[in-house]
Design a protein around this ligand. Structure first.
Ligand code: UDX
Length: 448
């Protein structure tokens, strides 16, 4: 018999998982406590930007294979495998993760399950959560049914969420009886047929795999950004440095792009929550290096503001065009976005900031309504004394000076993502600044 799948929480992770499960042929019910979201998704409307996902949502809501509800009663009675995909945001005023949504979702679901079922946690949680939830499920589930809890962390990247869900590079499953794991193998049969590694382990390891991966990625980015600070002072070109060390297969070139740093809904909050959790375990020093990782990352934003001040003399009354406010390209997400943070800091320092982003304008406006949001890139650039590229959308990485010259007031640019060719700009007489590449070293390296 075909498995019926529910997905509790329909944010970036849940909506993607639900649509992809439908694409794999399962009947899927997505649950969210927000009736507006449920209404939109049911109508086939995706409330955020994610390439490839609107098509899947439309396709499967049309056939009825993918439905959405606000009812735990319905989900609990219907599903065989329930995925928990609610958020674990950073607590206000604290580094720890807010577990309210996970706890509430698990309690409500378990209490409403009326047939034998699996609860599979996907959310990123502090180590120890799954074992605690197991007890919670035991205490609220009906005694007439057998409900098992497993942990199956999700590694999807925004912008590649559909690809990462349908063809993950690994599957990790913590806990569960042999039968429960076998059921999950049925869910992931398509990926397994492609020889995707399937790692079975205990609950704690599964939880830790996720935070360890994100902590490693954040550390890698801050590592290269720390060297960018060095090359800014000592001379040198951070891109060449990254290329050269990246050729060592033990290091690898990916996630060594120096720039304005990492943001988004995962990396920043996950490294903070990990430190908080490990401190709770009495290991105050163990993850202390992650505070440095966090600080290096935040200093990159200050560096951009510093460079802007250096170029303009003062920020008050100067017009700055900010290209990109999403935390990365192919996303409309501005959560902890370095780009939006820099834009806000420039505004707070008195600059007249004009923003353009292909997708993230509405989310940015909701967060910082007082910044200027231009209708087009040209509008953002018109009359600006300085241009700052902060998210490497393709339409920005392909920019050439001639495109800007008829619009801007002054030929000055900061490349906050190290994606433009410095020589092209400096040869046209532009003042070109980037992160981790001093102008003179850039000229030497690019003329070689
Ligand atoms: C991340 C993890 O990659 C993913 O596995 C996990 O499931 C969720 O968190 P995501 O937040 O979508 O995914 O973004 P990611 O592609 O990892 O980028 C994170 C941030 O790091 C972005 O702001 C990006 O611009 C920045 N970054 C990335 C760099 O500054 N330099 C790099 O070399 C790579």
């Amino acid at each position: 018999m075909s498995l019926r799948i529910t997905v509790i929480g329909t944010g970036y992770l849940g909506a993607t998982h639900a649509a992809c499960m439908a694409e794999l042929g399962f009947e899927v019910l997505g649950l969210d406590t927000d009736p507006k979201k449920v209404e939109q998704l049911s109508a086939g409307i995706l409330p955020f930007h994610e390439p490839g996902l609107p098509e899947l949502l439309k396709k499967h809501t049309t056939t009825g294979r993918l439905r959405f509800t606000t009812s735990y009663e319905e989900a609990g009675a219907w599903g065989d495998v329930h995925f928990i995909a609610v958020g674990t945001p950073q607590k206000a005023g604290d580094h720890a993760a807010d577990m309210t949504y996970v706890d509430n979702a698990t309690t409500a679901l378990a209490a409403n399950i009326t047939k034998n079922a699996l609860i599979v946690g996907k959310s990123t949680v502090p180590v120890g959560t799954a074992r605690r939830l197991q007890e919670l499920v035991k205490s609220v589930a009906k005694t007439s049914v057998n409900v098992e809890l497993l942990w199956n962390p999700e590694f999807l990247r925004e912008g590649f969420a559909v690809h990462d869900t349908l063809t993950p590079d690994r599957l990790v499953v913590g806990g569960g009886t042999v039968e429960a794991v076998a059921t999950l193998r049925r869910v992931y049969a398509s990926a397994l047929s492609l020889d995707t590694p399937f790692i079975t382990t205990d609950l704690e390891t599964a939880e830790l795999v996720k935070v360890a991966a994100n902590a490693f990625l954040a550390t890698k980015i801050s590592f290269i950004n720390a060297f960018a600070e060095v090359t800014e002072h000592a001379g040198g070109d951070i891109r060449v440095l990254a290329d050269a060390i990246g050729l060592d297969k033990r290091i690898g070139r990916r996630f060594l792009n120096a720039g304005v740093g990492f943001g988004g809904g995962c990396l920043p909050k996950d490294i903070r929550a990990l430190q908080a959790r490990v401190s709770e375990l009495g290991l105050d020093r163990t993850m202390r290096f992650l505070s440095e990782v966090d600080e290096i990352n935040l200093r990159r934003r200050e560096r951009v503001v510093h460079l802007a001040t250096e170029i303009l003399g003062e920020l008050d009354g100067r017009t700055i065009a900010v290209l990109g406010v999403a935390f990365k390209p192919n996303s409309d997400d501005v959560r902890d976005s370095p780009a939006l943070d820099v834009a806000a800091q420039l505004y707070n320092a008195g600059a007249d900031v004009s923003i353009y982003d292909p997708e993230a304008m509405n989310n940015a406006r909701a967060r910082f309504p007082r910044l200027n949001y231009a209708d087009s890139m040209d509008d953002a650039l018109r009359g600006s004394h300085l241009t700052i590229l902060l998210t490497e959308w393709e339409e920005f990485t392909s920019l050439v000076p001639q495109q800007l010259e008829a619009l801007v007031e002054s030929n000055s640019i900061i490349d906050g993502r190290n994606v433009l060719d410095p020589q092209t700009w400096t040869e046209r007489g532009w003042r070109f600044e980037s992160l981790g590449r001093r102008s003179e070293s850039v000229l030497i390296s690019s003329s070689q």
